[in-house]
Design a protein around this ligand. Structure first.
Ligand SMILES: Cc1cc2nc3c(=O)[nH]c(=O)nc-3n(C[C@H](O)[C@H](O)[C@H](O)COP(=O)(O)OP(=O)(O)OC[C@H]3O[C@@H](n4cnc5c(N)ncnc54)[C@H](O)[C@@H]3O)c2cc1C
Length: 322
């Protein structure tokens, strides 16, 4: 008997089910062997990224005028939960999610000219973006970041360091958060930060890969930024309001990461259930024992509850509510 029905995400309308089925059809072309090989070699899964882009999925939450599907973070989370539950799990999710949540601040706060210039190459998969927020001394405490952007004529000159930046080895662009006004001169620590979406110019940015355990196919990096020039037209929105703007990337990020984690959990649980039915010890499948059944059932209900909470967060975000 198939257990698939136990692991379906809550795609409760035909449109949402179509998203899940369309994304799953692409993911199924990349099996355990593909991802296992990528994990061993540490090579970026370009083929998978290209297939998702070809299917038009990278623009799921971007406006139709620029080639997107114009849907919400709710639909994007159904998409990313499906990717998370595929053979590529975390690597597959991380290979594509930054192109969806990272530029979302541009979707919400970019000018017409910026959206027309910046979004189509992302949707078409021609450009890959990385997301430059975290620094060695500021993780969650974002307002304490030290990267400085100083306006000189018609460009900013940027100096600083970033840490844990995913996909910087492949990125063509960076969404960068930097301080444009010293914190001492600001009324609030959240003031004086600005966001930029600009070329990942390797003449001025060195990306040093950090070797880590897990997700080997998607690189993590320390960035050393020295005198990077950024044209004024690459600043998103007003100077000094970047913290408020970046929330429109960070909140979608949290929702999509949660959806991916639920997908990964569902896949792990499906594998565990299958194994419990197959593995025979003391003359019967181990799944006949309640001590095996109970934690599986508990995991199932926790994942279900997490999915409800994630969809609730997505619905609030899409409705423009906190
Ligand atoms: C695989 C991976 C990929 C990443 N990719 C990117 C990327 O592409 N771009 C990017 O900008 N960043 C990226 N990051 C960085 C990530 O966003 C940060 O790790 C995250 O913001 C947390 O920062 P930190 O690690 O410095 O933790 P810290 O801020 O140092 O926090 C350490 C711990 O303390 C807890 N804590 C902190 N303050 C409080 C408090 N007041 N009360 C209770 N608990 C608290 C935190 O929850 C955390 O568990 C990535 C990280 C990982 C692991």
């Amino acid at each position: 008997m198939t257990t698939d029905h136990l692991f379906e995400p809550l795609a409760d309308t035909p449109d949402r089910a179509a998203i899940r089925d369309g994304v799953r059809a692409i993911c199924e072309r990349f099996d355990d062997e593909y991802w296992s090989q990528k994990d061993r070699s540490g090579d970026f899964p370009f083929e998978f990224g290209a297939a998702i882009a070809e299917g038009g999925w990278l623009g799921i939450a971007m406006p139709p005028e620029y080639g997107g599907a114009g849907l919400g973070i709710t639909e994007a989370s159904i998409m990313m939960q499906t990717v998370g539950s595929s053979a590529g799990t975390f690597a597959a999710s991380s290979a594509i999610h930054i192109n969806i949540f990272g530029p979302h601040a541009i979707v919400v706060h970019g000018s017409e000219e910026q959206r027309r210039r910046m979004l189509p190459p992302l949707i078409e998969g021609k450009e890959r973006a990385c997301f430059g927020v975290t620094e060695p001394d500021s993780g969650l405490d974002t307002t304490q970041l030290k990267t400085r952007a100083v306006l000189q004529g018609d460009r900013y000159i940027v100096n600083g360091r970033k840490l844990w930046i995913s996909t910087a080895q492949e990125a063509d662009k960076i969404l960068l958060l930097a301080r444009t006004t010293p914190i001492e001169e600001c009324a609030k620590p959240t003031d004086g930060l600005s966001i930029f979406y600009t070329d990942f110019n390797r003449d001025y940015i060195e990306a040093r890969e950090i070797h880590k355990m897990g997700r080997a196919a998607v690189d993590s990096n320390a960035l050393f930024i020295d005198n990077l020039p950024i044209p004024v037209e690459d600043r998103i929105g007003e100077e000094g309001k970047g913290f408020r703007y970046i929330i429109d990337s960070l909140n979608p990020e949290r929702i999509l990461n949660a959806a991916e984690a639920i997908g990964i959990g569902r896949r792990a649980l499906a594998k565990a259930v299958q194994y419990a039915g197959e593995r025979v010890v003391f003359g019967r499948p181990i799944g006949k024992n309640q001590a095996i059944q109970h934690p599986l059932a508990e995991s199932w209900s926790e994942l279900y509850a997490a999915e409800l909470m994630t969809l609730k967060a997505a619905a609030l975000y899409d409705a423009g509510l906190p």
